[in-house]
Write a protein that binds this ligand. Sequence first.
Ligand code: PMP
Length: 404
Amino acid sequence: MLDIQFIRNDFPILSKEVYGKPLIYFDNAATTQKPRSVVERIEKAYYNVNANIHRGVHFLSQAATEAHENARKRVQRFINAASPNEVIFTRGTTEAINLVASSFTDAFMEEGDEVILSVMEHHSNIVPWQLQAARKGITIKVIPINAKGELYLDSYRELFTERTRLVSVSHMSNVLGTINPAEEIIKEAHAHNAPVLLDGAQAVPHMQVDMQGLDVDFYVFSAHKIYGPTGMGILYGKEDWLDKLPPYQGGGEMIATVSFEKTTFNELPFKFEAGTPDYIGSTGFAEALEYVDRIGIDAIAAYEHELLEYATRQLKQMEGMRIFGEAAHKGAVISFLLKDTHHYDMGMLLDRLGIAVRTGHHCAQPLMKELGIEGTVRASFSFYNTKEEIDQFIAGVERVAGMF
Ligand code: PMP
């Protein structure tokens, strides 16, 4: 059992009022709030160990380097990667996917080769591949979904050809909440000698992920969605793959030697980390993972599931309610539309009641097209949310319904 009131004290923003009403923050899929310990760790790092890292002989630089590299090891432990060399710091999920799309396509894809995505992908797992399609003539194939918002695995199997080079799908959908069957997806791809990239932006904050257990080739996520700072994220890659991929960006840190005739590249993980990294953010990120570990990801998952069921049950009782995404295996995200109330109106009116939800296409326009809608209202929960907040939210939705 989690002591939610105790936990909420760690998040000062949750005591805020908006329009004179207590803030109810249900936009956690977009970004999560930060516990005091994360902000304090960042403040402490700036005040005590701020110096550019790597190659510094002086005390502060060495201390900052150690903190940054310890953060990498912290991430490694959190996702059970085999080595810290497999953890590349990026600006976030988006940059990590762009890195793989660019470097993998450069090294391993020819015109006519194929990458498999799914219809529920976030734009950040579509557009980088389209850029490569335009540049190199690769082909994108798309796994469809059923009415509950689950991937059609039979169709997935049929998409493979001898030109399939990679599968890149979300581990959990930011719109439907669907948690995709990663193990099956990976096994099938490996049977066709294709590596798999999982977009874990939504999965990592809500469930245990295990790189070695999954046997996944690439995995990406953002710190800000798991209670850490913005502008920071991770590319996990199996060392074998990362060794084979060419660098993504050039600059300092990623080189071994440079002359105008020839440059040699640094070893992993630095080969993919051009320029001064966010060595302060990384320590905040590490603290966020410590925080999540202290609460326990399994306890978090169980409690958030309870919130999801509690809210879903009540929403479903409303006349004219449409919920998008009813997968058997689902995370704490609910997308819905009520009668013909526009999602934007619903979001604006809930906002006036102090309730923060997200509205629109959620960076998943192809999925909206598939569902035949322009957008949804999305409520997404965290372990610091409560059933009382859900009651307020339900009352708010009912009130808006009454206005239309
Ligand atoms: N993938 C998914 C499934 C997401 O939900 C998001 C964020 N909404 C992203 C990718 C992009 O993450 P970021 O903006 O942090 O790079």
